[in-house]
Design a binder for this molecule. Structure first.
Ligand code: KG4
Ligand code: ZN
Length: 348
């Protein structure tokens, strides 16, 4: 009997259906382009768009899976972390449907979804493995000791990796979301043109910090602009200047991620490292991590782009893992409330 999963923690309305043997039967994502014009997600607009999309997205997921609502045996829904208004739409919809159908409702941590997004495929990593979650809202390194036992080794102390990509893109006048734009521009640039700082946190060796890097890019651009005013004429082409900044920023950010991963692997010499979250779409990061894996002796896993960014297939998979290896459903459908600041913790 299949499970329906719903995810609405940020700006994507998602639903997926997964069979009891963990085969993915459908995966539907409705993205919200409306935020592009504002250069970032506007929470109020995100909840309104979720309200408009949720019923159609769930219906489409059931139709594509050829599953009738009455055939469902459980519903899983993201209950945190995320934007409270966005979470509330998915959670209320899931609660109403679960109560109507008389099936259990399972609250899933969004980060647990990213953590197991490489396991939507049966060829995914088997514990123990290290998981590197790099997205628009989060950057963390976790040690997955077993399916039901994992712990966070480090997190970002300020901006998330995707957030840094988005903010630097904005500085360079590129549209939101900035990650793919920076990656494209960086392909034509020299990654060693500018030595941007790579944060190394002595007291927190597995933590990240990207805000200093973002500020360094901002100061660099300001300095260039004031020089340009003083010496207009024999300048490099603007496109090349931007490409060099994009490539040098990307290089510094990837270096920070690789150094932190290498330190964690030194302490936890696992044979697999799983990359997840929107920034895991970045091909330069994937390539660099695979090279590190060859040197250090670990295999790198990363999901296809559709499972890197927010989706409900990963929520379905995390729910299945929870049902199989943990404590079953965590409470009755009535008890679930949105938890915007929910932490990743296998004891919850
Ligand atoms: O996982 P996600 O949907 O966000 C959260 O759940 O928080 O990822 C979105 C983030 C954005 O910040 C976007 O700029 C970044 O992932 N991203 C990328 C790339 N594709 C998406 N960053 C770098 N390179 C990419 N190719
Ligand atoms: Zn996410």
């Amino acid at each position: 009997m299949p499970l329906l999963a719903i995810e609405t923690s940020c700006d994507e309305t998602c639903a997926a259906v997964m069979a009891e043997d963990a085969r993915l039967l459908s995966n539907v994502v409705a993205s919200q382009e409306i935020h592009e014009q504002y250069g970032g997600v506007v929470p109020e607009l995100a909840s309104r768009m979720h309200l408009q999309h949720i019923a159609g997205v769930v219906r489409k997921a059931l139709e594509r899976a050829e599953v009738a609502p009455l055939q469902l045996n459980a519903i899983a829904v993201t209950h945190g972390p995320g934007l409270i208004g966005s979470l509330l739409v998915g959670l209320s919809f899931a609660k109403g449907l679960a109560l109507d159908l008389g099936v259990p409702l399972l609250g899933v941590n969004h980060l647990e979804g990213h953590l197991f997004s490489n396991n939507i495929s049966p060829e995914g990593p088997q514990p123990p493995f290290l998981s590197l979650i790099v997205s628009g809202g989060h950057s963390m390194l976790a040690h997955v000791e077993d399916w039901n036992r994992y712990r966070i080794l480090g997190e970002t102390q300020d901006d998330a990796a995707g957030e840094a990509f988005d903010k630097v893109a904005r500085i360079l006048g590129l549209p939101y979301p900035g990650g793919p734009q920076i990656e494209k521009l960086a392909a034509a640039g020299n990654p060693h043109a500018i030595a941007f700082p790579v944060a190394r946190l002595k007291d927190a060796p597995f933590d990240f910090s990207f805000s200093g890097l973002k500020t360094a890019v901002l100061y660099h651009v300001r300095k260039l602009l004031s020089n340009e005013a003083a010496t207009s004429g024999e300048q490099q082409s603007l496109t090349q200047v931007k490409a060099d900044i994009a490539a040098s920023f990307q290089h510094a950010l990837i270096t920070a991620i690789l150094e932190t991963t290498a330190r964690a692997h030194e302490k936890f010499p696992v044979s697999s490292v799983a990359l997840a979250g929107g920034v895991a779409c970045n091909k330069t990061l994937r390539q660099a991590l695979m090279e590190l894996g060859q040197t250090r002796g670990f295999q790198v896993f990363y999901p296809p782009p559709i499972y890197c960014t927010d989706n409900a297939a990963m929520i379905a998979r995390a729910a299945m893992i929870r049902l199989t290896h943990m404590r079953g459903t965590n409470g009755s459908a009535y008890q679930h409330a949105p938890m915007p600041g929910l932490k990743l913790d296998s004891n919850l």
